[in-house]
Design a protein around this ligand. Structure first.
Ligand SMILES: NC(=O)c1ccc[n+]([C@@H]2O[C@H](COP(=O)([O-])OP(=O)(O)OC[C@H]3O[C@@H](n4cnc5c(N)ncnc54)[C@H](OP(=O)(O)O)[C@@H]3O)[C@@H](O)[C@H]2O)c1
Length: 244
């Protein structure tokens, strides 16, 4: 059996992704910082997707990543050869500007935690064909903009890490960067400016499609690729004037 570890198991995108994974024949373990919540999400998944069993482990990306529970998932009886990192934090920019502890939390959760988790996963994944490590980054990482450059910079760091790792790893493993546009989840509640919002289920579907095509970097939805190509080349003065 191939096992998929889904990190940030309470995220709606993660849960929709896990449902599709189970339907595609994967055994799933959910990981998150609240074990009780992971167990509830696991039970919910079992019912929704008709899985025999869904695992749950505690994992806090802000703390040094590792420990016995994670090691058991990686070296258990089923081959853990799929990793999906949905976990992330998006505190208000003004809060991060005021409070360096909050900024540091976001950087640890969005960049250092996922990167060190991928490092630990890779030696196990290398044993099996079709292995993948897929991480949710953001279109916010493509260009520093006044409204979200602190959050965006943490996602840009993860994208750069994944890009380098891809070239340094054996070609058989898919190291995937998902550049996500706005998705209708609690992270976006109250964000009335977010354009072209899609549903978590649609995001999950497009991500699986990218995995099956072995695409190492995808924009979800795809139109963000073109939009960000334009935004990336705008001069600073235009970004300031347009208040992007
Ligand atoms: N929604 C969007 O528009 C959007 C756009 C671009 C990128 N993204 C990215 O997509 C991912 C999923 O976002 P979402 O919209 O589903 O947000 P969400 O509902 O807020 O989910 C975020 C997940 O991250 C987990 N998490 C936070 N800190 C953690 C930590 N220290 N250790 C482990 N898990 C932690 C949360 O767990 P708890 O339940 O414990 O809080 C939750 O499961 C994030 O990486 C986000 O940055 C989202």
């Amino acid at each position: 059996v191939k096992r998929l570890l889904v990190v940030g198991g309470s995220s709606r995108i993660a849960r929709e992704f896990a449902v599709l994974g189970i339907r595609g024949g994967w055994a799933v373990t959910l990981a998150g910082r609240n074990l009780g919540e992971m167990q509830i999400c696991a039970r919910d998944l079992q019912i929704r997707a008709g899985a025999e069993a869904v695992g749950a482990v505690e994992l806090d990306l802000e703390a040094p990543v590792g420990g016995d529970a994670l090691e058991r998932v990686f070296s258990g009886s089923s081959d853990c050869c799929g990793l999906f990192v949905a976990a992330g934090l998006m505190p208000a920019e003004a809060r991060m500007a005021r409070d360096p502890v909050v900024f540091r939390q976001a950087a640890a959760t969005n960049y250092l935690g996922p990167a060190s988790l991928v490092e630990q996963f890779l030696p196990h994944a290398a044993k099996r064909d079709g292995s993948f490590a897929s991480c949710l980054t953001s279109v916010a990482g493509d260009r520093g903009r006044p409204g979200n450059f602190r959050y965006g910079s943490t996602k840009a760091a993860l994208s750069t890490y994944l890009q380098g790792l891809r070239c340094a790893s054996p070609p058989g493993i898919l190291i995937q960067d998902i550049k996500l546009g706005p998705v209708d989840t609690p992270m976006n509640s109250g964000n009335t400016r977010a354009p072209m919002m899609i549903l978590p289920r649609e995001a999950a579907r497009q991500i699986w499609s990218g995995i099956s095509r072995k695409q190492s970097k995808i924009y979800v939805p795809r139109r963000w690729r073109l939009i960000m190509a334009v935004i990336r080349v705008l001069p600073d003065a235009a970004v300031r004037a347009l208040r992007l």
